[in-house]
Structure formats: C-alpha cells, structure tokens
Design a protein. Structure first.
Length: 312
C-alpha cells in the first residue's frame, strides 16, 4: 500500500518524548519499512505530512544546509524543503492546502558516533510560504509547550551564529515575526543569557588563577580587568552555542586589543547549552573554554559583516 493512502495516527505521540524513525512508523500504525534509511525527511500520508528534521546541518554539504529553526521561543517553526521540491510538489501542495504537518526534530544527527532520536514537537499549522527553491514555509506550532521538558526546551532555543544573516534572505512573513517587538525581546533575552553565562565562566576562571576581577563590560570596550600583584590584563569575553571557530567582534574591541597599553585575552565559551524553561525565560549550562592570550587580531582573520552606508 502506498503511504499516501495510509492514515498516520499522530495523536498517539507525546510532545517532548523521544522516537526513532522506525518506532514512529510502528506507533503511527502505518507500513514499517525494512530499514530506517527508507524513511525520508518528508513523508506524505493520506491525512498529514510527517517531517523528520535535524537542526544542526554543519556537517552537511553547503547545498543541503537547509534553514530550519524555531522562532518566538518555539511558537513558530520555519522550514525549508529539499531543493527538488516546488510549490507544485504533492507534499508541499498538501501543506499549503492545510494538511497538518507532524514534526519530529532533533539538534544533532549523531553524538560521538551514536545516532540520536527525534523529539516529537507536535502538529504544525501552515501560515505562509515563499515560492522559491527550496520552498520556505512558516508554521504555527499548535502543540507549543509553555513549560517544555529539558529535551524540547533545548530544541526551542537552538540557533546558529549565522542565523541573523540568514534571516535577511527569508520570506516577508518571517521578517514580520523577526521585526516584531516580541521577536526582538526574545532574541535579546537569549543573547543576554548566553553573554552572562560566558561572563560567569570567565570570572570564575581568572579568580581561580588568583586574579582580582572587575566587570567593565558596561563602560569599556573590553569585559574584564584582572589584577594580580604587578600583573594586569584585560579580557574580551565571547559566548556562543556554536563551536566558537567564528565570533563577532566590534571595531572598538579590535582596536583596543591591538593597543600596546595592555595585554588583552580573548576568552571564548563555546557550545553553551540553552533551554527555554518557560515563556521567554532561558536556562544556560556547560560550554568549553578556548583562551587566546595576548590576543592580537590579524587583518586576514577579520571578515566584515556590516557596513555603514552614506546615502548622501
């Protein structure tokens, strides 16, 4: 029997629980294939469209790094189809025509070689799409959890450092969400939570080395001043959810680091885990320290990401 003639029983799943591809087919009471690889990322059934989405695609080829992300703390979901799909593809047509999309999502496909399960995020309701290739779709998350469990909370909060630049290419519907007061508030709150976590890690690190540490982030182009006997150094602190290979620095931060007045360390806390524990509230944990002592940024390691334009 073809899958598009079967009804997928999505009401049998629990939001926030773990499932693998094969168990999803079994619990949904549809035909179970011989192997998981036969279950694609988008599967069309008679009553719904089932999506299996891995958010972190950093290990994929550039052409397959589709932009899939939750917005507004998990209330909305932005999804890009595979390049072969168009608005006329049967599955995309079903989505546009109001068929529920059933989302199973995970952050990483593997951790230390072990395949990761998917988390059931619930039913998605179509809002808008952009007629591009790949097709970009904005959904409302109908089963949004105001107080998600730890697994779902991390998924709601997950993002990449390139997210801001990617948003400039997304459809107008998404830009409206991004530019709303709520969108600005939640983004800034998550950013602040990451920054505060990194600052805490950095302060504890230097204090353990015997330094007296002063927080100067509110009034200087660097974040910390560290004193130990006759020794004095400045510290620029960066926190990120990514690997930390690339971090954003301002012009003032670079100029201050290049100054001969004092040595500046670049203290990066990468891989910070962020969870949404309740609406608009973030919990941070973990992270790996990467320390570049006496940081002197070279021109070839700096990439312009923003310009000031004189419109005359």
């Amino acid at each position: 029997m073809a899958r598009e003639n079967e009804d997928f029983l999505y009401d049998k799943f629990v939001v926030g629980e773990k499932y693998d591809r094969m168990s999803v087919m079994k619990i949904g009471e549809v035909t179970v294939p011989q192997q998981a690889r036969d279950i694609t990322g988008i599967t069309r059934f008679n009553n719904s469209i089932v999506l299996f989405v891995t958010l972190d695609k950093s290990n994929k080829e550039k052409a397959h790094r589709y932009n899939d992300t939750f917005l507004l703390d998990g209330k909305q979901f932005f999804w890009e189809s595979q390049n072969s799909n168009t608005p006329k593809s049967p599955a995309i047509q079903n989505i546009i025509n109001g068929y529920p999309a059933i989302l199973f999502v995970r952050i990483h496909d593997k951790i230390k070689g072990v395949t990761q399960p998917f988390i059931f995020a619930g039913k998605l309701k179509y809002l808008e799409h952009d007629k591009t290739n790949p097709v970009e779709v904005l959904f409302e998350v109908e089963n949004y959890q105001n107080k998600p469990n730890a697994l779902l909370g991390k998924i709601y909060a997950w993002s990449t450092d390139t997210k801001e630049s990617l948003l400039s290419d997304l459809p107008k519907a998404l830009m409206k969400v991004k530019n709303s007061a709520q969108g600005r508030m939640t983004d800034s709150k998550k950013k602040k939570a990451i920054e505060l976590h990194a600052m805490k890690v950095a302060i504890e690190y230097y204090q353990q080395l015997g330094y007296d540490v002063k927080d100067t982030s509110s009034n200087c182009p660097y974040d910390l001043e560290c004193f130990q006997n006759e020794s004095f150094r400045r510290v620029e602190v960066k926190g990120t959810m990514s690997t930390g290979q690339f971090v954003n620095v301002t012009r003032n931060e670079v100029q201050d680091a290049l100054s001969e007045n004092c040595e500046t360390d670049l203290f990066i806390v990468s891989g910070i885990e962020v969870s949404v524990m309740s609406a608009g509230e973030y919990i941070t944990d973990g992270g790996k320290i990467r320390l570049i002592t006496n940081w002197k940024p070279k021109a070839e390691d700096l990439e312009p990401t923003m310009y000031r334009y004189n419109a005359g």
